[in-house]
Write a new protein. Structure first.
Lengths: 507, 248
């Protein structure tokens, strides 16, 4: 065992690794190593996928060591001649459930003893084409005293589709199961099919439009590491400013949405207006309110200048005063506290077990923030300290947003005070030759949490596999668990308090 | 109470008084203009990630364009994006911007069915259905209802059920998995009803055109009353398109 650990492959965030340097273990060695690593608190699995490779499937697990800032790569191989069955690791490490489900759905690998081996997103290239999106096997409880409530895929409002199935005892929710897949557009397959770099970037901006910067940044970093392209420190800082603006805008919009759901009209209206100021600033920088067109591999079309800096300071000063004033009022209102406090609580152990990331982890005392554990872009030069709250209820999710907004503003101010933008950053690179036979991984911290993109190239440098993970992949489970033993009427505020992505999950 | 009043005063008046006449700041990318300058047209056509540009004469199809602006960055002498945000129309041909022409995108009033103008002018309720939308068009549709854009002042509202609606507005390229749900939602709307495609993904599939995971077959069987281009469309574009459609 120790011998195995000595040869272990450790890489850094945003790196490309020769595929031959990633050790291929037998499945039993792989299982031992993965389980051993994942029982340690500093480690969590950021991705585990299978990719068609030569005459079978190559499985690669990327395990982040948050203390050392490393990513540990483990792999195993299953030849197409071997039986499509493996022992599930989920009974020991719950957080792996979603990755094993995804592999099962895509390739028909039966994970023995997996407690919840169900479809994930009904992709067009799924293994079992006979299984339709309407056939999801929901959990059932046979009792005359219980009833089921089904909602969706089309919901009451301007929102993406998903199906929520509640099992209730009167008003109380015993169990909630969320079925997704309605939004599946085949993004991963399209990234491979569309060969032009620009097409791929635009696809990455469309993974989740509310996280256009977060996802396109992960894509750009991944391509830069595969193409061995170094970018300037100034561009790294600009990208991080864009990412923080996205965080501020969406967080304040989510607080507005939470106020809407508890009928706090002043908060609902004014927080929403405050968001406009931030996204309009983003538009005045890159031409699009959601930051589409901002991030490009190797450079930026519309660089951040001293003029942008001056205006950003003005926008933030005005925003901060109004935000702090209203957020303080909202925080102190007993009617708000009454609706948020102790609602939808999930504790640290539960959150850790399901592998929650980002906001959903930090609101329950679990420190998961790629910006500080595996720094990228501007966070290398200008570190940022995560906000951690202990309680894990709707109130914490509201408060975390409030505190993160203030921290992001302080962080941007610090940069603007220390960095100058006299000379514009470099222009984007239009064509990039990728390293052959490589595996690349890029992690970013979008406003929802950890985003992970991985890619494999073949011996000619063609991209042969692309894997995207939105934080929602883990965090939908947190919403399901939050609803247990709550009144069904508390669903909307819980749903808003997480604001998870449908399209980011369905891909 | 005093705190609340202070907050309201500090925020001031926020609504856009006349959504039909707003000057959006550059570099907002609205309606493109194509000059008659000669460039390597093949390169220009090849460059476009969604094949929205065609040559001889050079044209841009706003129903396909993702407004990434790459053509204007690389051929600034040929293509410029103006800040004109009014891009919506009921006629697909109006979505084609041609070389040397500088014509605003407009609705053809004659082509609007009379019942739309007669019935929905003062109260127009829509049911939005996202069918693979990336939550950006949805985001901007929500923004239409906020205090800045305040589309509700014109009697336009997004409602919870198709049964309450005067029409369906679709966002997203229409995924295979949502195709049936879109059709069910459409059938649930009482006559007379309106069908709107909002966002480049919905109009042409956008960057998802050709994906094996989408199914746009339903669109062959339906008459589209309004196209709202954009990736995502700006709220002012959505607002103006809807107002033009109902004749306000």
């Amino acid at each position: 065992m120790n011998e195995k650990f000595e040869n272990i492959c450790r890489v850094k965030n945003n790196s490309a690794t020769d595929l031959n340097l990633i050790p291929v273990y037998t499945y039993s060695e792989f299982s031992d190593l993965a389980l051993n690593l994942l029982t340690k608190k500093e480690n969590h699995c950021v991705n585990y996928f299978a990719s068609p490779y030569k005459n079978g499937l190559r499985f690669i697990a990327s395990i982040a060591d948050d203390t050392a800032g490393d990513i540990i790569l483990l792999s195993h191989f299953l030849a197409s001649s071997e039986p499509k069955q493996l022992n599930s690791l989920t009974p020991k490490i719950t957080a792996l459930h979603i990755f094993e489900r995804e592999i099962f759905e895509n390739y028909g690998i039966a994970f023995k003893d997996h407690p919840w081996l169900k479809p994930v997103r009904f992709p067009h290239d799924r293994f079992d084409r006979n299984l339709k999106v309407n056939d999801y096997p929901f959990y059932k409880i046979n009792s005359h005293e219980l009833h089921e409530v089904g909602v969706g895929p089309v919901h009451a409002g301007i929102i993406e589709p998903g199906h929520f199935r509640f099992i209730c005892n009167g008003e109380n929710v015993l169990h909630l199961e969320i079925q997704l897949g309605w939004q599946h557009r085949g993004v991963e397959a399209l990234i491979l099919e569309k060969k032009q770099l620009l097409q791929r970037v635009i696809l990455s901006e469309s993974i989740a439009g509310d996280t256009a910067v977060g996802h396109s940044l992960a894509f750009a970093q991944l391509i830069e590491s595969l193409g061995d392209i170094k970018i300037s420190g100034q561009l790294m800082v600009e990208r991080a400013i864009a990412l923080e603006l996205e965080r501020i805008a969406i967080h304040v919009g989510d607080i507005a949405a939470l106020c809407t759901d508890i009928s706090y009209g002043l908060g609902a209206n004014i927080f929403a207006i405050l968001r406009t100021g931030i996204i309009n600033y983003t538009q005045s920088w890159c031409g699009n309110r959601l930051g589409k067109g901002m991030i490009r591999p190797g450079g930026i079309n519309l660089p951040f200048t001293n003029e942008h800096k001056k205006r950003l300071l003005e926008v933030l000063t005005k925003f901060e005063f109004q935000f702090v004033e209203l957020a303080h009022r909202t925080y102190k209102l007993s009617s708000v506290q009454n609706r948020f406090d102790d609602i939808g609580t999930v504790n640290e152990d539960l959150i850790r077990s399901i592998g929650a990331v980002g906001m959903a982890a930090r609101m329950a005392n679990l420190n998961r923030d790629i910006r500080s554990s595996h720094p990228f872009a501007g966070y290398i030069q200008f570190p940022i300290e995560p906000v951690i709250l202990p309680k894990g209820d709707v109130f914490s999710r509201f408060l975390l947003r409030r505190k993160e907004i203030k921290r992001s503003i302080a962080w941007i101010r610090n940069i603007l005070a220390n960095a100058n933008f006299d000379t514009p950053s470099e222009k984007p690179v239009n064509e990039i030759v990728l390293k052959p036979d490589s595996f690349a991984i890029s992690l970013t911290e979008g406003w929802r949490g950890e985003i992970c993109h991985c890619a494999l190239t073949d011996d000619t440098g063609n991209m042969i596999f692309y894997k995207i993970k939105d934080p929602s992949m883990h965090n939908w489970k947190a919403l399901e668990l939050s609803l247990r033993n709550l009144e069904i009427s508390d669903f909307p505020i819980n749903n808003k308090s997480y604001n998870l992505s449908y399209c980011g999950y369905d891909l | 109470m005093l705190d609340e009043i202070k907050i309201i005063i500090h925020n001031g008046k926020q609504f856009i008084t006349d959504p039909k006449n707003v000057q959006l700041p550059e570099p907002f990318r609205g309606r493109p203009e194509i000059s008659t300058v000669k460039v390597d047209e093949n390169k220009l056509v090849e460059l476009c990630p969604v094949s929205a540009i065609s040559a001889n004469p050079v044209r841009i199809d706003l129903g396909k364009c993702t407004f990434c602006g790459e053509c204007a960055f690389r051929f600034p002498e040929k293509i410029t994006f103006t800040t004109d945000y009014k891009l919506s129309t009921n006629i697909p041909e109006h979505l084609i911007v041609k070389e040397g022409e500088n014509i605003p995108v407009e609705i053809d009033r004659e082509a609007i069915r009379p019942e739309i103008k007669n019935i929905f002018k003062n109260s127009f309720k829509l049911r939005q259905v996202s069918a693979g939308g990336d939550n950006s068009a949805e985001f901007e549709l929500n923004a239409c209802g906020n205090a800045n854009f305040d589309i509700g002042r014109y009697g336009i509202e997004f409602v919870a059920s198709p049964r309450h609606a005067d029409g369906i507005l679709v966002t997203g390229p229409i995924t295979e998995n949502m195709a049936e749900a879109v059709e069910i939602a459409w059938k649930a709307v009482p006559e007379p009803k309106v069908f709107i495609l909002c966002g480049t993904d919905a109009i042409s599939g956008g960057i998802f055109a050709g994906s094996k995971a989408i199914n746009r077959e339903f669109l062959n069987r339906i008459k589209v009353d309004l196209y709202i281009p954009g990736n995502p469309p700006h709220p002012l574009n959505i607002e103006n398109g809807l107002l033009d459609l109902i004749g306000r």
